[in-house]
Design a protein around this ligand. Structure first.
Ligand SMILES: *Cc1c(COP(=O)(O)O)cnc(C)c1O
Length: 394
């Protein structure tokens, strides 16, 4: 065995300003270290019930079936799709980024007919295009969109698309992996039937769980299936027997992760959802002002920006990888690179949950101001910080 495999685990401390995971509150770290319980221990069952109650509040829903799926955000996406889709069903999916693309791929694997409504990366999906797509289909089971597209930094307006889905008799499915806890999500008011998220973005827990909620209408569709859910692990008819009153073993719950989610949700709701969204709004405004003060432009307009994730146009001539490497090695700051067509064109800067603070913004801008001149982009010293300070003060 090499020496490297020995000794105490000692990962470096990073400021995680990428597309997730984000740093977590000390209380959440402590929750992870709490004593383990068995997955059917009455004390753990009570913690599960608390978690469900808190999750309903976070999703702003009364939905009975509201649980954390074991697995990351993509498991939530998979659970959302596989439980309501049967072979031959039609699903209309908005695709204006990487995660809409992933949804299309997953839905097609369950034998659904996928109708794509597309928009260029960095723009929002237009309701008119959904209207036209829905008109062309005899019947549609699901209309699906991503709320905050983490590949582009666009926040998708939802209400008009929800109304179009309703009028067609379709379920409305929304990915809120990056928005929940960082931007307003109102499942009941907005008519969202199936909504999933992830723990490591604005909720403020480590990666590993995917909160999911189903409206009574979506539940009725699940109960009326002609075929078994094609994914045993994510089958909500089975999972509901563990999370509901039956308490039948399905798989061993990830105990410590559920502790951490419960604690993160407590912190979120103690702050208050509106206050928390306001904090994410102000942090994003500061970051954008700071970047513009340095002469760097955001990739999406203010009107459709997702506050948890800001995409930044990499200045011409600046080496994407070299700057990100220097941020990590010299300042211990992680940011994200572009995905797909945006690779090498944008940086993705997350200000999520615990990290959405003036401190994160100043730390990042200060590091960037020092690095960019070394990488071929002139910045007048202090220009970004001054603009961010001004934004903070106003
Ligand atoms: C991160 C993310 C996912 C996938 O979540 P994982 O935890 O990486 O599996 C899905 N959708 C969106 C919008 C995301 O940002």
């Amino acid at each position: 065995m090499s020496d490297r495999a020995m000794g105490e685990l000692a990962p470096p401390e990073r400021l995680l300003l990428g597309p997730g995971p984000a740093n977590i509150h000390p209380r959440v770290h402590l929750a992870l270290a709490a004593p383990l319980l068995g997955h059917l221990d009455p004390a753990f069952l009570a913690i599960m019930d608390d978690t469900v109650t808190l999750l309903r509040q976070a999703f702003r829903t009364q939905n009975q079936l509201t649980i954390p799926i074991s697995g990351t955000g993509s498991a939530g996406m998979e659970a959302a799709l596989c439980n309501v889709l049967e072979p031959g069903d039609t699903i209309v999916i908005g695709v204006n980024g990487y995660f809409g693309e992933r949804m299309s791929d997953m839905a097609s694997r369950y034998g659904a007919k996928v109708v794509r409504v597309e928009a260029p990366w960095g723009t929002a999906l237009q309701p008119e295009l959904f209207e036209a797509a829905l008109r062309q289909q005899a019947s549609v089971k699901v209309v699906a969109v991503v709320h905050a597209e983490t590949s582009t930094g666009v926040l998708q307006p939802l209400r008009e698309i929800a109304a179009l889905a309703k009028a067609k008799g379709a379920l409305f499915l929304v990915d809120t992996v990056t928005s929940l806890g960082g931007a307003d999500v109102r499942c009941d008011d907005w008519g969202i039937d199936i909504c999933y998220s992830g723990t490591q973005k604005c909720i403020g827990a480590p990666p590993g769980l995917a909160p999911l909620t189903l409206s009574p209408q979506a539940l009725a569709v699940l109960r009326a299936r002609k075929t078994k859910v094609a994914n045993w692990y994510l089958d909500l008819t089975l999972l509901d027997k563990y999370w509901g009153s039956d308490r039948v073993y399905h798989h061993t719950a990830p105990i410590s992760m559920i502790y951490s989610l419960r604690e993160a949700l407590c912190i979120t709701l103690e702050e208050g959802l509106d206050a928390r969204h306001g904090r994410h709004h102000r942090s994003a405004a500061m970051l954008r002002a700071g970047l513009q003060g340095m002469g760097i432009q955001p990739f999406v307009p203010d009107s459709i920006r997702a506050n948890p994730l800001t995409t930044v146009v990499i200045p011409a001539g600046v080496d994407d990888l070299a700057v990100r490497k220097a941020l990590l090695n010299d300042f211990s700051i992680e940011i994200g690179g572009g995905l797909g067509p945006l690779r090498g064109k944008v940086w993705r800067v997350g200000l999520m949950g615990y990290n959405s603070t003036p401190r994160s913004v100043f730390t990042f801008l200060s590091a960037l101001e020092q690095l960019l001149p070394r990488h071929g982009f002139k910045v007048s010293p202090g220009s970004g910080l001054a603009a961010a300070q001004h934004a903070l003060a106003t």
